[in-house]
Design a binder for this molecule. Sequence first.
Ligand code: MRU
Length: 358
Amino acid sequence: MNVDGQPTRTIAALPGQGGVSIIDQTRLPFRYERVVLRGLADAARAITDMQVRGAPLIGATAAYGVALALDEGVDLAWACATLAATRPTAVNLAWALARMQSALLPLPAAERCAAAWAEAAAICDEDVEINQAIGRHGAALLQAVAARKAGPVNVLTHCNAGWLATVDWGTALAPVYAAFDAGVPVHVWVDETRPRNQGASLTAWELQQHGVPHTVIADNAGGHLMQHGRVDLCIVGSDRTAANGDVANKIGTYLKALAAFDNGVPFYVALPGSTIDWSLADGRAIPIEERRPDEVTCITGETTAGEVVTVRVAPAGSAAANPAFDVTPARLVSGLVTERGICPASRAGLAGLYPERV
Ligand code: MRU
C-alpha cells in the first residue's frame, strides 16, 4: 500500500546490509519512521514492544529474526525459542518459526544462513499474495451490499487488521481496499481500540493514506450504530482461530460480535490459513496475552504544539487489568474470509477449504 503515494511494505530485508527495515508502529500516527533490525535481540524486542504487531507481520518478523540470528552465529534452536517467547496469542509466530526450522534443519550448517533469508522473503511474498486473495473474496461481500442499497457500504472494523498488521494489503481491510479500488463506495467505522488505540492510530492512518473514507469512533459506539442501521457489515481480523472456527482477536471483538448478532449485522473474520491453530478443538485453550497495566491507565497523544506525550488517565495507585485479546465463539461469526474463499465458522467449513489439514 502507499505511504505518501509511494508503494511500501511493512517489512523488507536490506540487501547486502544484513539488516531488516520495519515501520516503527509505536510512533504512528504522529511520525512515520522506519528502523533497522540488526540482530536477534532487535527482532525479539520489536515484537515484544509492538514496533511490529498484527499476527501475519509478527510471523514475518520472526522469520527474519531467524535469518538475523544465523548471521550473528546464534544457534537456530535458541533463536527460535527466543522469538517464540515474545508474544503468546498470535499463532502465526509459531507457524513461521516451524516453517523456518523445517526449511533449515535438513541443510548443512554452511547453507542455512542464505536459506533463512530466502525463506523469510518467501514468507513475506506469500503473505502479500494471500492477503490479495482474501481481498478478492471479501470484496464480493461489499459488492453485494452495494448492489442492494444506495450510498456507501458501511463497514465496522476493530483494532488494526490492515496492511500494517501484515506485509501488505492486510486481512480485514484487504476486502475494503479491493472494493474501494474497484469503485465501490465504502465508508469504514474505525473502533479506536483501547487500550493501545490501534484503530485510532493505525487503521485511521492507513485508510487516510489510501484515501478511504472513514470515521473513528469510541469503542462503545458500535452497538448504537448497529441498532440504528448504520453498519452494513463488520469485518475483523484474527490472531488465532481454533479448528471449530472460534476466533481470538483484539480485546473488545467479542462485544462487537454480540452487538452484531443482536442486530442482525453480518460479522465476518478475515484470516490467512497460517492463523488457524488446527491443534485446538475450540477457543478455550487459546492463550490470552496479559499486558502491562499502564497501557490502560495511561494514554499517548500529540499536543497542539506537536509534542508526543504520555499522560495518566486513572488515579495513581488504582489497579488495572489488561487482557489483550478475547475469543469470539464461532456461533457469532457469519463467515471466515480466507485466501481460499469464504466458509462457515465451523469445523466442517474450515475442513472444506483446507482438506489437507484434517
Ligand atoms: O496486539 P496486536 O496489535 O498485535 O493485535 C492485532 C489484532 O488483534 C488485530 O485485530 C488483528 O485482527 C489480528 S492480526 C491481522
